[in-house]
Design a protein around this ligand. Structure first.
Ligand SMILES: [Zn+2]
Length: 165
């Protein structure tokens, strides 16, 4: 297990500076989609060098689709662009921890690493954290949380519509 974790670190290992740049990019997209009446969440698909391959926003309200969370939209766009359902070797970066639906989708896509800002909300529906879901997964997705967490949480609190998710 330790060797496996070391290998994953070697596979991606985005610098702290790059992690913060990417989370800030997700925050910018979040602000953009909030202006369209959506909840302020966004996600980026990033390759092993930290380059952004696909960026997506939550569009639940503007597209009238309860499943149109940023990570789900990201998987659809990644499928079109990369012509593969296997995102092993890629990382996803978001301004906040994923909901249960999205972390399961990212696990099924075999995303290698997940970087996020604000932690899981305590009123998640259903109320199961990413960490609990990842712990029950036979292959690991490595979680790196708390990147600019306070800034992310403040932005979410300030821009989220009253009627959440
Ligand atoms: Zn979600």
């Amino acid at each position: 297990m330790l060797l496996q974790l070391v290998c994953y670190h070697l596979a991606m290992a985005l610098s702290q500076q790059r992690q913060e740049e990417l989370v800030r990019q997700a925050m910018e997209l979040s602000a953009e989609t909030a202006r369209d009446g959506n909840v302020p969440f966004a996600a980026l698909l990033v390759d092993k060098d930290g380059a952004v391959i696909v960026a997506a926003k939550n569009t639940v309200n503007s597209s009238h689709n309860a499943a149109a969370h940023a990570e789900i939209n990201l998987l659809y766009e990644a499928a079109q662009k990369l012509k593969t359902s296997n995102l092993s070797g890629y990382a996803v970066v978001s301004n906040a921890a994923s909901c249960p639906m999205c972390i399961v989708a990212l696990i099924k896509a075999k995303v290698t690493e997940y970087y996020f800002g604000a932690p899981s909300e305590d009123n998640m529906v259903p109320n199961i954290s990413m960490e609990e879901i990842v712990a029950k997964t036979p292959f690991p997705i490595e979680l790196h949380g708390g990147i600019l967490a306070d800034e992310c949480a403040a932005q979410i609190a300030a821009t989220a519509p009253v009627n959440r998710r």
